[in-house]
Design a binder for this molecule. Structure first.
Ligand SMILES: Cc1cc2nc3c(=O)[nH]c(=O)nc-3n(C[C@H](O)[C@H](O)[C@H](O)COP(=O)(O)OP(=O)(O)OC[C@H]3O[C@@H](n4cnc5c(N)ncnc54)[C@H](O)[C@@H]3O)c2cc1C
Ligand code: SF4
Length: 509
C-alpha cells in the first residue's frame, strides 16, 4: 500500500485536500469509531449519533465511488477503543508507506497522530484544512503589529479578501456592521409565524447507530426521541435551502431573542453540518449573499448571518490554534466553583436555565444566546471553573468540536482568557433575560430583585460579580458604567448581596 488516508469524524469533506492525488489502486482510506471520543467528556447521546452516523454515511459514499475504506465500527470486537491503539494496529496490518491527514480539529488529537507516526517511523503528511477561509498564515499576518485582537477588524479583512458583500471596494450599504438594526426581542404575543425547520428523520444507518448508542452509552445524558439532524452532504444542502427560503429574512432581527419551547426560532441549525465539513462555508455565504442581491432578504439579516460564519467562526478557529495548548488551562478570573449538577439534568427552579438545559438534553442544541446569556452567564456569575464549563459544552452540543467550542466557552462566555476573545465579560442581570425572552413570566424568581427569598439568582450574582471583580473591571473602559452602578449601593445592600450570593454558591456546591 502506498498511502493510508486518515479521515476523522469531523472531516467528512469530499473536496478535502486528503483526496488530492488519491489513487484507488494503491491507496486506502482509514476511518475509526473509538469509544474514548464519546467518554473523555460525558457525551450527549445525540452528539455520539451525529458523529458515528455521519461517518458511516460518508464511508458508504466513498465506497460507492470505488474507494477502499478500512472502517472500524464501535461494536467490532477487536476495536481497541482509542485512536492511537487502533491506528497502530491498522499500520501493522496494512503497512502503508505514508500517512496523509488533514489537520485535526483538536490540538491533542493532532499531537497523538504525530507521535504515533513518529513512534512507528512512518512519514505523516499533515495537509492544510482548506474548508476554512483563513489559513494559519493569514491569521499570523493579521496579528502582526497589533496590540489587541478584535474579531471586527479580522472580519473586515475577510470581507475584502473574499469579496463578500463588497461593491467597488466598499462594504455594501456603506457599513461593515448592521447590528444596531438587529437583536430585537419579541412582542408580548411571541415570535411571528414561521415555518418549522425541515426535519431529517433517521434512516436505517442512523437507526442502527441510535440502537447501539442507547445500549452502549445508556447512562450518558440526552435523549434521541427527536433526533432529526441532516447527516449527508445532500441533506446539508436541503437544510441550507430551507433556512435561506424560510428563516434568513428574520435572522438579524431576532438572533438574540429567546422564547419558551421555541428551540430554533430563526436560526439556521447549520453548525452541525458545517462543522462535520459536509457543507462548505463558502456555499453558505454565497447563498446568503445571493438572497440579498436578488431582493429576497434584507441586508441587515444577511450581513449579520454572514458575520457569524466569515467572521466569528473563522476567528475562533484562528484563536484556538494560535493560543493552544496553553489556552485550555487559562483561568483569568480565578474561578473555582464546581459546575452545578443541574447542568446535567435541567432540574432547577430557575425557569430560563430549565428551558435552555431541557432543550439541550432533548436536542443536543441550544441557540447562541441561550448558550452565552443563560447557561454561560450563570456559570460565569457563579464563578465556575472555566475548564468544567468547557467540558460540559463539549459534551452536550451536537456541533461541538474543540477548536470552535473552547474559545467560545472559555473565552467569549467565561472570560477565562482575560480578554483575548472578547474585550469585556458578557455579564448581565436577570433583567436582560426578562427583556429578551418570556422565561421570567412564570418563574418563581423576580429579575428586578437582588436580595430576599424571591430574588433572581442571576441578579444577585450579577451584583456580586461586579463587587468581587471591581478592581479588575474598573480598568476596563467598556465596563465603567456597570462598575459605577456598584458605587450607588449602600454598604448594607452590598453585604446583603454578598451574603445571598454566598448562600447560592454554597447550596449549589
Ligand atoms: C458557550 C458557547 C459555546 C459554543 N459552542 C459551539 C460549538 O461547540 N460549536 C459551534 O459550532 N458553535 C458553538 N457556539 C457558537 C454558536 O452558539 C453556535 O454556532 C450556534 O448556536 C449554532 O446554531 P445555528 O447553526 O443555528 O447557528 P446560527 O445562529 O444560525 O448561526 C449561523 C452559523 O454561524 C456560525 N456561528 C455563529 N456564532 C458562532 C460563534 N460564536 N463561533 C463560531 N461559529 C459561529 C455557526 O457555524 C452557525 O451555524 C458556542 C457559543 C457559545 C456562547
Ligand atoms: S427570574 Fe431569573 S431565574 Fe427566573 S427566568 Fe428570569 S432570569 Fe431566569
Amino acid at each position: 500500500m502506498r498511502h493510508l488516508i486518515l479521515i476523522l469524524g469531523d472531516q467528512l469533506d469530499r473536496h478535502s485536500s486528503v483526496f488530492d492525488g488519491f489513487d484507488s489502486n494503491q491507496d486506502c482510506i482509514w476511518m475509526a469509531e473509538v469509544a474514548t471520543e464519546s467518554t473523555k467528556v460525558w457525551t450527549h447521546k445525540a452528539r455520539i449519533v451525529v458523529f458515528l452516523s455521519a461517518m458511516r454515511h460518508f464511508a458508504e459514499s466513498l465506497r460507492a465511488e470505488g474507494m477502499r475504506v478500512d472502517y472500524r465500527k464501535l461494536e467490532d470486537l477487536e476495536n481497541a477503543g482509542n485512536f492511537v491503539a487502533e491506528l497502530t494496529a491498522t499500520l501493522k496490518r496494512l503497512k502503508p508507506q505514508r500517512l496523509i491527514i488533514v489537520e485535526p480539529g483538536e490540538w491533542q488529537v493532532r499531537e497523538d497522530f504525530r507521535r504515533t507516526a513518529e513512534a512507528l517511523g512512518l512519514p505523516l503528511e499533515m495537509r492544510e484544512d482548506r474548508h476554512f477561509l483563513a489559513s494559519h498564515a493569514d491569521f499570523e499576518k493579521h496579528v502582526k503589529g497589533r496590540k489587541q485582537l478584535r474579531m471586527e477588524f479580522f472580519y473586515r479583512e475577510m470581507r475584502v479578501k473574499h469579496q463578500v458583500l463588497m461593491d467597488e471596494g466598499k462594504p455594501v450599504g456603506g457599513e461593515w456592521n448592521f447590528d444596531s438594526e438587529n437583536r430585537k426581542s419579541f412582542a408580548k404575543q411571541g415570535p411571528p409565524l414561521h415555518a418549522a425547520p425541515r426535519r431529517f428523520l433517521p434512516d436505517a444507518i442512523s437507526r442502527e447507530v441510535m440502537d447501539l448508542v442507547e445500549q452502549r452509552f445508556a447512562k450518558h445524558p440526552g435523549r434521541l426521541a427527536d433526533f432529526d439532524w441532516p447527516l449527508t452532504a445532500q441533506d446539508a444542502q436541503l437544510a441550507l435551502s430551507d433556512f435561506i427560503e424560510n428563516r434568513l429574512t428574520d435572522f438579524g432581527d431576532y438572533q438574540d431573542a429567546m422564547w419558551t419551547r421555541e428551540p430554533w426560532l430563526f436560526h439556521s441549525r447549520l453548525s452541525v453540518v458545517i462543522n462535520l465539513k459536509l457543507l462548505d462555508p463558502r456555499v453558505v455565504i454565497a447563498a446568503a449573499e445571493k438572497a440579498y442581491r436578488t431582493g429576497s432578504a434584507p441586508l441587515a439579516a444577511v450581513e449579520g448571518f454572514i458575520r457569524q460564519i466569515l467572521g466569528w467562526r473563522e476567528y475562533v478557529r484562528a484563536i484556538y490554534w494560535r493560543f493552544m495548548p496553553d489556552y485550555l488551562s487559562l483561568n483569568s478570573l480565578d474561578a473555582h466553583q464546581p459546575l452545578p449538577s443541574f447542568y446535567w439534568t435541567g432540574e432547577t427552579d430557575m425557569n430560563c436555565l430549565r428551558e435552555a438545559i431541557g432543550q439541550t438534553l432533548q436536542y443536543g442544541h441550544a441557540h447562541h444566546i441561550q448558550r452565552l446569556m443563560v447557561t454561560g452567564l450563570f456559570s460565569l456569575l457563579l464563578g465556575v471553573k472555566p475548564q468544567e464549563v468547557h467540558e460540559w459544552y463539549l459534551a452536550m452540543y451536537v456541533d461541538a468540536v474543540e477548536w470552535v467550542e473552547l474559545p467560545n466557552t472559555l473565552g467569549m462566555s467565561q472570560h477565562g482568557d482575560g480578554g483575548i476573545m472578547a474585550s469585556k465579560p458578557y455579564i448581565a442581570s436577570g433583567k436582560y433575560i426578562q427583556r429578551m425572552s418570556n422565561y421570567c413570566t412564570g418563574c418563581r424568581f423576580d429579575p428586578a430583585k437582588s436580595t430576599g427569598p424571591d430574588a433572581c439568582p442571576f441578579t444577585t450574582l450579577y451584583w456580586d460579580f461586579l463587587m468581587r471583580h471591581e478592581t479588575r473591571l474598573k480598568m476596563n473602559q467598556r465596563m465603567s458604567m456597570q462598575v459605577r452602578n456598584v458605587t450607588r449601593l449602600t454598604e448594607t445592600e452590598k453585604a446583603a448581596i454578598s451574603e445571598q450570593a454566598e448562600s447560592i454558591r454554597h447550596s449549589l456546591t
